[in-house]
Design a protein around this ligand. Structure first.
Ligand SMILES: NC(=O)c1ccc[n+]([C@@H]2O[C@H](COP(=O)([O-])OP(=O)(O)OC[C@H]3O[C@@H](n4cnc5c(N)ncnc54)[C@H](O)[C@@H]3O)[C@@H](O)[C@H]2O)c1
Length: 438
């Protein structure tokens, strides 16, 4: 089977490499020519565990190739995946210009039956827009080539993307034809051996399922952050509340960890986009509006705790920031809480020394080389600092060398935005330790 994947970012590249691993011949396309040039040599543009090996292995087996020509890529493809970005517009709605320009280009070059699958996260109605756009181009070419559209939102998580793709909890597919359904069932069969389902539905429901999933997860996080802030006011411990409610099977223990707010390329933009979809349909998603407000407040909570500790006297202080990516095991800093906190620190004229195992090159793209001081070892960030801010719970930060920290820091203040440290250990060692909700 031949397939084409258009857009070779986090989703497209993982999709292409994982399908190639099952024996499918995959052609990945991207408009970024430098990215394609590098990928051809096995150089991966993102940091994702296991991806480099997977890509190199499948290039060597000639099952995975890269091109900047969409026309060449779709030549023999039975299935064409659209996996380009859908960033937020000013008003919060999803910007579909990349998806629709790909659809137009498919219409310009399609010369055989194919299933055109939207894998990008897109609002309700987008697959129909894709269909119309392809049809319009075919009409202009005086061609009557049959094709189907389908929606197949992606649920992989950065940091465990390969595992998520190879062993999915479920695959959601929206179709409007038996032929498209059978084709996608065949393509996905190798991933269903763990017994998890492929759920077929209509295209509209499939498109909305992705937003509903991310909105629900974001809601759990904001709910716990809101509760954590109440805990601080009344003297309760959010960890105890989390254990107490998480043991109820109706609630479950996943995604109820409080922290410094959610970030990343998906939750913030998808919550915004579904709010906008509702507005466009004359409805107000009140819960999600609150989820967003709570998150915006939470993203700067680490800064606020620092400011409170130093009674607002932050100018000239020196802090260490551990962790920059929006979560561990990725270099992705899109909408990361660290960005919100660093912006506030810079505004307050605080000197920042930062360390992240993989995301420092991303941070440099954002802030340049000179605004923040970067170090190669987390402990080197601590020399003569007034406080340590923990923003991302990378494994390497979990067990502290308390003696070393005490020696290096000027003031013994730790603000733990991910609740990974032990309050009594740090208090007994003379630290002023602040966490979230305890
Ligand atoms: N990143 C995630 O964890 C994740 C998870 C699930 C769903 N999604 C969704 O998947 C989609 C893609 O996200 P991503 O994180 O992979 O984005 P990304 O920015 O990493 O990758 C998108 C790629 O598409 C390329 N592109 C843009 N226009 C193109 C065109 N006309 N032809 C070919 N290539 C083109 C870009 O150069 C880029 O390399 C988004 O809708 C996102 O919401 C992302």
């Amino acid at each position: 089977m031949n397939i084409s994947v258009i857009g070779s970012g986090y989703v497209g590249l993982v999709t292409g490499a994982c399908f190639a691993e099952t024996g499918v011949t995959v052609s990945c396309v991207d408009v970024n020519e430098k990215k394609i040039k590098n990928l051809k040599k096995g150089i991966i543009p993102i940091w994702e565990p296991g991806l480099e090996d997977l890509v190199k292995r499948n290039i060597a087996k000639k099952r995975l190739s890269f091109t900047s020509s969409l026309k060449d890529s779709i030549q023999n493809a039975e299935v064409i995946f659209i996996a380009v970005g859908t960033p937020p517009e000013e008003d919060g709605s999803a910007d579909l210009k990349y998806v629709l320009s790909v659809a137009k280009e498919i219409g310009l070059h399609l010369n055989h039956y194919a299933v055109v699958v939207t894998k990008s996260t897109v609002p309700v109605g987008t697959s129909q827009k894709v269909k119309r756009s392809i049809q319009n181009e075919l009409i202009k070419r005086n061609l009557d080539i049959p094709f189907d559209v389908a929606s197949n939102p992606e649920f992989l998580k950065e940091g465990s993307a390969i595992d998520d793709f190879l062993k999915p909890d479920r695959i959601i597919v929206g179709t409007e034809s038996d032929k498209a359904q059978k084709t996608l069932e065949r393509l996905y069969k190798p991933f269903l051996l763990n017994g998890h389902p492929i759920i077929f539905m209509d295209i509209t429901s499939s498109e909305l399922t992705k937003y509903a999933a991310n909105a629900m997860l974001a809601t759990r996080i904001s709910f716990m952050n809101d509760m954590a802030n109440l805990c601080e006011l009344v003297g309760a411990d959010i960890n105890m509340i989390r254990k107490g409610i998480g043991s109820d099977p109706r609630i479950g223990n996943k995604f109820i960890y409080p922290g410094a707010g959610y970030g990343g390329s998906c939750f913030p933009k998808d919550v915004k986009a579904v709010i906008k979809t509702a507005e466009n349909n004359g409805y107000s998603l009140e819960v999600l509006k609150a989820v967003e407000r709570v998150n915006n407040r939470q993203k700067i909570i680490v800064f606020q705790k620092l400011a409170r500790h130093f009674e607002g006297q932050l100018k000239g202080k020196k802090v260490a920031v551990w962790g920059l990516s929006f979560k561990p095991n990725t270099d992705d800093m899109r909408e990361a809480p660290s960005l919100a906190v660093i912006d506030k620190l810079l505004e307050a004229e605080v000197q920042i020394t930062a360390y992240d195992p993989v995301a420092m090159p991303e941070a440099k793209k954002h802030y340049g080389d000179n605004v923040i001081c970067y170090v190669d070892n987390p402990y080197d960030a601590l020399d003569n600092t007034n406080a340590l801010l923990l923003m991302t719970e990378w494994n390497e930060f979990r067990i502290l060398n308390v003696e070393e920290i005490k020696k290096r820091m000027k003031d013994h203040v730790i603000i733990d935005g991910r609740n990974i440290y032990d309050t009594s250990e740090l208090s007994n060692n003379g630290f002023s330790y602040y966490a979230i909700g305890k």
